[in-house]
Write a protein that binds this ligand. Structure first.
Ligand SMILES: C[S@@+](CC[C@H](N)C(=O)[O-])C[C@H]1O[C@@H](n2cnc3c(N)ncnc32)[C@H](O)[C@@H]1O
Length: 230
């Protein structure tokens, strides 16, 4: 799945990711807002809007981190439950939603129990996307929906070049100044874990989200994957 042989795999990757987020958790929100110029807030709202859920829907937010999606889901009138395996991120969460320390690949919930699942910027962090998508298909009820956000590379060559400089040089610099340089140098590298867009959509369709599709947000800086459980 990865083109970068220097990146960890399997359990080594899971341990590295958990440790990384435990380390950066105290200043995660600050760095995120600075790094994305607050665009991340709009991306999450867009994702929730695209779910077109009825009021009071039960939504599992996987890899919830410090609870940004949970806060927006609550504000939109839904009932979120957040799951993350980094205790540091959960400890620094600012949300009234219930939070559970758990691996997104093995959720402690019943089959078909969620009206929807959200997941923000964690696809490249999991050990197996196939396992994650199978877990989504298990926990979302028939007709329920998913909205997954992940970083992306713009198609436009000029934007793409600017994005490479920003993500590859500026992000580690900002992260280093405000938080942990090594961690924020890893984040751009971890893009190599992501399959190409068409493969991501095909994987979701294969997992049981027949109408899966992908939208590009902010000129392709971010991608939004949507689908309904067949
Ligand atoms: C980039 S942060 C995103 C946090 C939040 N979703 C957001 O939108 O800001 C990635 C999160 O994924 C979590 N994560 C990565 N792999 C995970 C797994 N297998 N199970 C649970 N959480 C995981 C990390 O602990 C971290 O909090």
């Amino acid at each position: 799945m990865t083109a970068d042989p220097g990146l960890p795999q399997g359990e080594e990757k899971a341990e590295a990711v958990r440790g990384l987020f435990d380390t950066i958790s105290p200043r995660y929100d600050l760095v995120n807002r600075v790094m994305t110029l607050r665009m991340d807030v709009g991306w999450r709202r867009r994702a929730i809007h695209a779910l077109r859920l009825g009021p009071g829907s039960l939504v599992y937010d996987l890899a919830c981190g410090t609870g940004d999606f949970c806060r927006e889901l609550t504000a939109a009138g839904h009932r979120p439950v957040g799951f993350d395996f980094s205790f540091g991120m959960l400890e620094n969460a600012r949300t009234g939603a219930p939070l559970v320390q758990a691996d997104a690949l093995r959720l402690p919930v019943r089959d078909a129990s969620a009206d929807a699942v959200t997941c923000g910027f964690a696809l490249r962090n999991v050990v197996s996307l196939d396992a994650l998508f199978a877990e989504l298909a298990r926990v979302v009820r028939p007709g329920g929906r998913i909205a997954l956000l992940e970083t992306s590379r713009p198609d436009n060559p000029v934007l793409r070049a600017g994005h490479a400089v920003y993500f590859g040089k500026v992000v580690p610099l900002i992260g280093g100044l405000l938080s942990d340089r090594a961690a924020y140098a890893y984040l751009p590298r971890s893009m190599a874990y992501l399959p190409p867009p068409e493969e991501l959509v095909a994987m979701l369709r294969g997992a049981g989200f027949d109408d899966a599709r992908r939208l590009q947000l902010s000129g392709g800086l971010t991608q939004l994957l949507l689908g309904s459980r067949s």
